[in-house]
Ligand binder design. Structure first.
Ligand SMILES: Cc1ncc(COP(=O)(O)O)c(C=O)c1O
Length: 361
């Protein structure tokens, strides 16, 4: 039996009647942009995260740009970002007019550390973007010692925790994406900025609507970037399921470990106190591409992520000065394999994947 990399259909199936009912209600209400559903979702997600403010925006990329600008990043600033992440993390920095400065990550957690960020700091650095990569919270509280505002890019980490705090509540501001394949996925694009800071929230709220607070006076050149009512209504049905889905994702990760996956490939390290939400379950092996071919032949859908890290992307070339050496990033980019993961991946499927890997090696 083929094993897909993601299964978004099965968890959604029992929710379909409730979702259709909410969609009907929005259509009947005739209010489609910045109405009661967005307001209610912002309140409910803020409560879930344990933060004062959530601002719905068009997608997770805009969320980062808006968060950076709301924190005071201006053109000419430098912003430290990991090179081993989805392209949007750095693209959003450039969209804010700043220069992405690429840093390395830890080989075991695949996340930035105080040391890797410190090594990238420049006199012009005014902010840091820390990514909760693959659903494992980055050590954002530790980064506070560097004395710069941190945007936590939690696009992949909805439902993850660090100690008693939720991913998305760890920095000065955080951002989420509700792209359909995410842990909390809408039926189209969507995102939010989350923050405890009243002034940052107010500016982010203005920036998502053309830089205006009242639709009459335009104080900033902003964006037309709103979470829409239909997506918010759907997300309100899904949010109560998120913790259960993350339990399922962690159970799937555990099933891989119990099936002996760690005897064959390098597993993700989970620091004490972190509760990952495994958006992706990513292992490493020096013969990654060979393994991917064997898995594909066995009907297991897996893939390598970020094979060309951001400091090597053509569009980022103008921002990279001199010879930039990020050896862990290059290793992870070449050796990672994202295995099938979902809230409903069964233990026998995990065993099948491990058997296919063991057979190949
Ligand atoms: C780490 C990370 N940051 C940012 C984004 C951008 O989100 P979006 O696609 O909603 O713009 C994504 C996902 O797509 C992501 O994985």
């Amino acid at each position: 039996m083929a094993i897909p990399q993601f299964d978004t259909r099965t968890p959604l199936a029992p929710l379909r009647p409730a979702i259709m009912e909410r969609i009907e209600a929005v259509v009947a209400g005739g209010h489609f942009v910045l109405g009661p559903e967005v307001k209610a979702f912002e309140r409910e997600f803020a409560e879930y995260l344990g933060v004062r403010h959530v601002i719905g925006v068009g997608n997770g990329t805009d969320a980062i740009t808006i968060a950076l600008r709301a924190l005071g990043v201006t053109p000419g600033d430098d912003v430290v970002v990991p090179s081993f992440t989805f392209y949007a993390t750095a693209e959003a920095v450039a969209e804010a007019g700043a220069r992405p400065i690429f840093c390395d990550v830890d080989a075991d957690t695949r996340n930035v550390t105080v040391e890797t960020v410190r090594a990238a700091l420049t006199p012009r650095t005014t902010a840091i973007v820390a990514v909760d990569l693959f659903g494992l919270p980055a050590p954002v509280p530790d980064l506070a010692q560097l004395g710069l505002p941190v945007v936590e890019d939690a696009a992949q980490a909805a439902g993850a925790r660090l100690g008693s705090r939720m991913a998305g509540s760890l920095g000065h501001a955080a951002t989420f994406s509700f792209y359909p394949s995410k842990n909390l996925g809408a039926f189209g694009d969507g995102g939010v900025v989350a923050t405890d800071d009243d002034a940052v929230a107010e500016l982010a709220r203005a920036l998502r609507f053309h830089g205006s607070r009242d639709k009459q006076t335009f104080d900033h050149v902003g964006y037309n970037s709103r979470l829409d009512e239909l997506q918010a209504a759907i997300l309100r049905v899904l949010l109560p399921e998120l913790d259960g889905w993350c339990d399922g994702r962690r159970a799937a990760g555990l099933a891989y470990v119990e099936a002996g996956l760690g005897e064959h490939v390098a597993l993700p390290a989970v620091p004490d106190g972190a509760q990952p939400a495994w958006h992706l379950y990513v292992v490493c092996h020096p013969r990654a591409d060979e393994l991917l071919a064997v898995l594909a032949a066995a009907g297991v859908e897996a893939r390598g992520y970020y094979r060309r890290p951001l400091h090597r992307q053509p569009a980022m070339a103008p921002f990279v000065r001199g010879q930039l050496s990020l050896p862990v990033t290059d290793m992870l980019a070449a050796q990672n394999i994202a295995l099938p993961i979902s809230p409903v991946l069964r233990a026998e499927q995990a065993r099948e994947v491990v058997q296919a890997i063991a057979g190949a090696l």
